[in-house]
Design a protein around this ligand. Structure first.
Ligand SMILES: *[C@@H]1O[C@H](CO)[C@@H](O)[C@H](O)[C@H]1NC(C)=O
Length: 293
């Protein structure tokens, strides 16, 4: 009796260990380098990925999987020093002319000046939902975790577990919400000195090239992998078609009061642009979803 429960415990530990091990996504298994002619590299047996940018080219990668909903974490360490003019984009996107997209974009700056974290959401090809933030740490000194929770009710952008933005499903008010097009993860490092730093005033200083951004600890263990061959999601129970919330509590996750307070703290202290507060840009009235509580 005792020995059989001990061996059960041992087997469970092995299984749990295996799951933890495999979910710490290996870049070789999860991503393809898509461009940059050798400037993107997967290192340390798949534990680290680096992108680089020089005067002739940037570089990028994309996920092998497509996802339809997920809670996806990635750790990034951004281009250090004088990174003005460079943009590191990390986003989810579907394909086609009415695509959906969920964006993190990191706009570099002169040494000592703050990066801007730019966020946007596209539904059916329409974006114009920008919010921008400064960070409460130097994103070039260390790796930090950038997460997207995407479920049918909301999209939550988080940094080191602190929510910085929530985009709620406002379909009941006629606002399209990304929920039927599977998306891939993309990332790229490129030169955007025509607009990125102080509206394009500061140009990329190529004497600092190559510029490098690093990635590690990708985690898609809580994401629904979409199979286009069978049009099924890994979250669907074998009998039903919709995602099973009991197996995937994040599919109905919302912000509790503590995290709502954290969100308000970020918005009060670190938000530098909010399309929902830009009445000059929308003289006919703010976008519908902005009136949602
Ligand atoms: C760069 O630093 C300046 C000065 O602090 C700031 O106004 C700007 O928002 C920063 N970020 C970018 C991307 O320009």
């Amino acid at each position: 009796m005792a020995s059989s429960s001990a061996s059960k415990l041992f087997i469970s530990l092995v299984v749990v260990g295996f799951l933890v091990y495999t979910s710490a996504g290996n870049f070789n298994d999860k991503f393809d380098i898509t461009w940059g002619d050798g400037r993107a590299k997967i290192l340390n047996n798949g534990e680290l990925l680096t992108l680089s940018l020089d005067k002739s080219s940037g570089s990028g990668f994309q996920s092998k999987n497509e996802y339809l909903f997920g809670k996806i974490d990635m750790q990034l360490k951004l281009v250090p020093g004088n990174s003005a003019g460079t943009v590191t984009a990390y986003y989810l996107s579907s394909k086609g002319s009415t695509w959906d997209e969920i964006d993190f974009e990191f706009l570099g700056n002169l040494s000592g000046d703050p990066y801007i974290l730019h966020t946007n959401v596209f539904s059916q090809g329409k974006g114009n939902k920008e919010q921008q933030f400064y960070l409460w740490f130097d994103p070039t000194a260390d790796f930090h975790t950038y997460s997207i929770l995407w479920n049918p009710q909301r999209i939550i952008f988080s940094v080191d577990g602190t929510p910085i933005r929530e985009f709620k499903n406002a379909e009941s008010m006629g606002v399209p919400f990304p929920k039927s097009q599977p998306m891939r993860i993309y990332s790229s490092l490129w030169n955007a000195d025509d607009w990125a730093t102080r509206g394009g005033l500061i140009k990329t200083d190529w004497s600092n090239a190559p510029f490098t951004a690093s990635y590690r600890n990708f985690n898609d263990a809580n994401a629904c992998v979409w199979s286009s061959a069978t049009s099924t999601s890994s979250c669907s129970s074998t009998s039903g078609t919709s995602g099973s919330t009991s197996n995937n509590p994040w599919l109905s996750e919302e912000l509790d009061t503590t995290r709502q307070e954290r969100l308000r703290w970020v918005q009060k202290n670190y938000m530098i642009y909010n399309y929902c507060a830009d009445s000059k840009r929308f003289p006919q009235g703010l976008p519908t979803e902005c009136t949602m509580a």
